[in-house]
Design a protein around this ligand. Sequence first.
Ligand code: AMP
Length: 219
Amino acid sequence: MSARVIIVVLGKQGAGKGTQCKRLAQHLGIPHVSTGDILRAAVRDATPTGLEVSSILHAGQLVSDDIVNRLVKDRFNDTDARGGALLDGFPRTASQAEALDEILGEDGVKICINLDVPNSLVAERLSSRRVCQECGAIYRDTDIEAISGTCSNCGGDVIQRDDDLPEAILKRLEAYERDTAPLLSFYDGRGLLVRVDGDQDPQEVTAEILDVLSERGIT
Ligand code: AMP
């Protein structure tokens, strides 16, 4: 794989960004960088940033650009991100996309994958989603891990995230339409946007993305 492969994965909450980024990270050997995960960990660990953003996260609103831009910039300095990263949940606004370009300098974003799914599917997926607080593994409410509350991967607590509750889901979908949908035109205008149907088996979605990456000479 060439120097630094930055892949932006866009899509509504519940489109499967987290699942696909985890799968792709294994295939490509670059880390899955989720600003949502970084922020939730900061809240859980009660770091200064976590204390600052806690109420914003619980309300399903967007954290300020300054904070997330800084978190991403710091994350890129980690050794494991030297070869690139799969960005999940960032950028989320046009101004974050511009900040990302600045952070990356010459390297730039290689491709932007838009996981396309209808709102009805998103609402269904999010409300049934359960997540391991320790390792981030994702389950459905009918899975044994969700029922027992224990992750089979790491033994951590499996919970329903506050922002997967119905009211927060609605707010997050509204925020997506308002702030993130314009990013599609931002990347489309640069010839970097590829639409992938997110309403298929996760394996099929991954295979389709890997095909696109290889067709474009990215991997
Ligand atoms: P996510 O897991 O990506 O849905 O993110 C969960 C929450 O973290 C969001 O509802 C926001 O409050 C916050 N968040 C995550 N990424 C960003 C971002 N790029 N800009 C602003 N807020 C963010």
